[in-house]
Design a protein around this ligand. Structure first.
Ligand code: TYD
Length: 199
């Protein structure tokens, strides 16, 4: 198969397994001979590190969060993702713009989806977005209480999940049920990605 520099995003509620599946997908594509660059958001740049710190702080205003996630993404896309795509890599990102559209609009009534799209309009969009879907009661049970960040609360994540599903339908994203054995979920993700690479 010819290497195509495509940009893939795995997204979903906290504990849906995006990190595990991004790693497995990278390994799978590498065994097929592809060059793969794996990254995540919040990213590893200084804005990303600040965002990670603020994820533990309930007092940060939601608009500040939204603007910082957008700033992190802008730097992440232009300084890293775009460059790797130019070099011919398949780029996989663990979360991207859909996380902002969903989490930040659920976080505050002041934040509309249109506004989030607007502050994020200067970055490239993924070629493929896969949403991992799971019930928050199951996903949060995988985490210990003291590790929880500010969005990791069942009633908040119920709203987040509903919006992921609604948006996935509207935007024609692939949805994979993540409440299944890892190998089975990963296999479904791989089939979707291989199909995309064939197009
Ligand atoms: P994540 O790295 O998946 O969490 P962890 O490493 O603890 O498993 O994501 C961090 C949190 O940030 C997650 O609750 C989703 C949230 N988030 C947003 O609210 N907006 C965004 O734009 C992004 C990228 C993440």
């Amino acid at each position: 198969m010819i290497q195509k520099p495509i940009f893939i995003v795995l997204d979903g509620i906290d504990g849906s397994g995006t990190t595990t599946h991004c790693n497995l997908l990278k390994g799978f594509l590498e065994t097929k001979g592809f060059k793969v660059h794996l990254t995540q958001e919040p990213s590893n740049n200084e804005i990303g590190l600040l965002v990670r710190k603020y994820l533990k702080d309930e007092k940060i205003p939601p608009i500040t969060d939204a603007l910082l996630f957008a700033a992190d993404r802008n730097l992440h896309y232009h300084g890293e993702i775009k460059e790797k795509l130019k070099e011919g890599y398949i780029v996989i990102s663990d979360r991207y713009i859909e996380s902002s559209i969903i989490y930040q609009s659920v976080q505050s009534e002041l934040i509309s989806i249109e506004w989030v799209k607007n502050i994020n309009k200067f970055v490239g969009l993924p070629d493929l977005t896969i949403i991992l879907d799971i019930d928050p009661k199951i996903s949060l049970a995988r985490k210990t209480q003291q590790d929880l960040e500010k969005f990791e609360d069942t009633s908040f994540l119920d709203k987040v999940r509903a919006l992921y599903l609604k948006r996935a339908k509207k935007e024609n994203y692939s949805i994979v049920n993540s409440n299944d054995i890892i190998e089975f979920v990963q296999d479904k993700i791989q089939q979707i990605v291989l199909q995309k690479l064939k197009e």
